[in-house]
Design a protein around this ligand. Structure first.
Ligand code: SF4
Length: 386
């Protein structure tokens, strides 16, 4: 039996894949076979149900003392061209003025600002809770939490406990990049290590706070580094069961110091989704983040292992600084249409995957409905002509 056939057998029997299997998956040339296997797992877990949410992204400051080589978002200091830090009032207004009553999540990620006091962040969250108490605050990556701990002389637990008291609901998955020190030292030398990032998530889970997690792929890492990253996530999840969702993030190459590297192709995007689904047998959801892989590929990824499309986003700047050409946001209707056209059931969720509304699956793909409508029209014209 071929290597891939053995893996297929293991997956269909519900057995766990090991590091060698992981590597074999990245080396497997047959994308459709890989996708089909990941889709089998996705459907075993979720059937046709495909999640999205009504959320908005906010980046309150892009000032950051770190210098990750893939980053096009950060500005080293206040006053540098393009550097911006919102006032509390500006930040609160983004939420207070947002018109959609369905909004259920605010997702914030920032630079590691060298000058803002910890109390500034606590008040930021408290203010948002004052204006829209029902909106879940998914804020600060594991990297930011570790930065606060080091800068303010607190433990991870103290940082998380104080931010939670101010309104924090969960942590997004950004900042994971690639955990392996061979890569991390070169692309993100001056922020939390892989171990420190995982320690933040471990502490959050112990405190009952769910988190998501990412993997930035397609730059200088090898397939071995990707497998190592996935295995570390699986190990953490075995221990805590606090990860909700895995989100592969495609490297973008504009306006950063890795501009000479090509970006990952659609095939690599789909493989990252599929292999994430196959290796992370204990993580409930895999997200096709449309901002990262583009709307079209994200939609196709719903047949390659992904069961989540993320949300409306409204205004994304991190990927757009690095050359993303996708829209800044998508409407709820557009997300529903993308999911229906993929033959799936759209399920609006909150941050913790509680169902807000489940919508019916489309009876037929849109194009087929148009053809049927045209046929019906032709038939009725024929009747009139008789
Ligand atoms: S990736 Fe994050 S930590 Fe690194 S430079 Fe950009 S904003 Fe700063």
């Amino acid at each position: 039996m071929s290597g891939f056939a053995c893996i297929e057998e293991k997956v269909r029997a519900g057995e766990r894949l090991d590091a060698d299997d992981g590597l074999a998956l990245w080396l497997e040339p047959d994308l459709l076979r890989l996708g089909q296997l990941a889709n089998h797992v996705r459907e075993r877990l979720h059937g046709d149900r495909t999640y999205f949410n009504v959320n908005m992204r906010v980046e309150v400051t892009n000032v950051c003392g770190a210098s990750c080589s893939f980053c096009a978002f950060a500005k080293l200091e206040e006053g540098a061209p393009g550097a911006h830090t919102m006032t509390h009032e500006e930040a609160w207004a983004t939420l207070a003025d947002y018109p959609d009553p369905r909004l259920s999540e605010l997702h914030m990620v920032n630079g590691l600002h060298p000058g803002l006091p910890f109390e500034w962040y606590e008040e930021l969250l408290r203010g948002w809770k004052r204006v829209r108490p029902e909106v879940h605050l998914k804020c600060f990556t594991g990297v930011e939490i570790h930065f606060f701990a080091e800068k303010f002389g607190l433990t991870h637990e103290q940082v998380l406990t104080r931010l939670r008291a101010a309104g924090l609901g969960s942590l997004p998955g950004g900042g994971a990049e690639i955990f392996h020190p061979e890569v991390r030292r070169r692309i993100a030398p001056d922020k939390a290590t892989g171990e420190q990032y995982l320690a933040v998530h471990r502490t959050a889970h112990r405190l009952g706070m769910p988190t998501n997690v990412t993997m930035l792929y397609g730059h200088i890492e090898t397939f071995e580094h990707r497998v190592d990253h996935l295995l570390k996530l699986r190990e953490l999840q075995d221990e805590t069961a606090g990860l909700q969702c895995f989100i592969p993030l495609a490297f973008h190459n504009e306006n950063n110091s890795l501009q000479k590297l090509p970006e990952p192709t659609a095939v690599d995007d789909l493989r990252a989704i599929a292999i994430g689904r196959l290796m992370l047998d204990n993580v409930p959801h895999v997200k096709a983040y449309w901002v990262s892989m583009g709307v079209d590929v994200a939609q196709i990824a719903l047949r390659f292992g992904a069961d989540d499309l993320d949300g409306t986003i409204v205004h994304e700047t991190i990927y757009h600084s690095a050359g993303s050409r996708v829209p800044m946001g998508l409407t709820r209707d557009a997300l529903v249409r993308l999911i229906r056209e993929a033959g799936r059931i759209p399920v609006e969720r909150d941050t913790q995957y509680r169902v807000v509304e489940e919508l019916p699956k489309a009876a037929l793909p849109e194009a087929a409905m148009k053809v049927s409508a045209r046929n019906a029209e032709r038939r009725s014209l024929a009747v009139v002509a008789r």
